[in-house]
Design a protein around this ligand. Structure first.
Ligand SMILES: [Zn+2]
Length: 255
């Protein structure tokens, strides 16, 4: 278990840093018109707080490591665009109908890249406020800076509540989860109506015996006991015609 010190690249444990420590936006530039709400950090311990995203920057990666993560900013932007398209097309189909021959419309995104975006964003948020956070930086850096993804149940999961409908709400909210004060368990994201859970590799399991999220007491009740869908592979929209449910759009998430 490595402990992080400020003014150093958090990936320095890989021994391949290059260039000076650079500045980056805590949330990707291309999402900055969004409202950002955080909870559970020093400035917002017991309440949700909206923050001005544009001057929300950190310096905790060297130039090389910062640059190699910037590709994930494009993936999250693409995900947001695809997700909005799903919503728009679904509304159009519901209103005006569609040609069965032309569905399903298929979209593809990279789950690995998305996972890395959520992970680096979680670290950005946590490190800015808790420089003494404890997690296995070596293991995390090895995964983030390679083509690997996290092993079950760690990394990125979707936790979609039945009946959730996207209604054009662009806010993003983050709730980092700690154990024993400084040990990072993971982070909960509310992002375009979907709930995402990012879990940090650790010795203890953040899940109960049913595979549901089992958070330390006092953390984000609306996430507790949620069934999580680790490395989700598809998101679909559908329509009922006669007695048949027809898949109209399918987002394939590649791992
Ligand atoms: Zn570095």
């Amino acid at each position: 278990m490595a402990i992080y010190f400020m003014r150093k690249c958090w990936a320095s444990i890989l021994n391949d840093c290059e260039g000076e420590i650079t500045r980056e936006h805590i949330i990707s530039d291309n999402l900055l018109n969004k409202t950002v709400i955080t909870e559970g950090l020093a400035w917002c311990k017991d309440s949700r707080k909206e923050i001005g995203a544009s001057n929300f920057t950190v310096r905790h990666l060297c130039k090389k490591h910062n640059n190699s993560l910037s590709v994930y900013d494009s993936e999250i932007k693409y995900y947001v665009e695809v997700f909005k398209t799903l919503y728009r097309v679904n509304n159009k189909f519901n209103k005006y109908g569609f040609s069965i021959k032309k569905v399903p419309i298929v979209y593809k995104i990279s789950g690995k890249k998305l996972e890395k975006w959520f992970f680096k964003t979680m670290l950005n948020i946590v490190l800015v406020n808790k420089p003494n956070v404890i997690l296995d930086f070596e293991k995390v850096a090895q995964i983030i800076f390679s083509d690997q993804s996290f092993e079950k149940p760690y990394g990125l999961s979707w936790a979609v509540k039945t009946g959730q409908v996207y209604e054009g709400d662009d806010s993003i909210s983050f709730v980092p989860i700690f154990r024993n004060e400084n040990e990072l368990v993971g982070c909960l994201f509310d992002f375009l109506t979907h709930k995402f859970v990012v879990l940090v590799p650790n010795e203890f399991s953040p899940l109960d015996k049913f595979g549901n999220l089992d958070l330390p007491i006092g953390n984000a009740e609306d996430f507790d006991n949620l069934q999580i869908n680790w490395h989700n592979k598809t998101i679909t929209t559908s329509a009922i015609i006669g007695r048949k449910r027809i898949v109209t759009q399918r987002l394939e998430i590649e791992w």
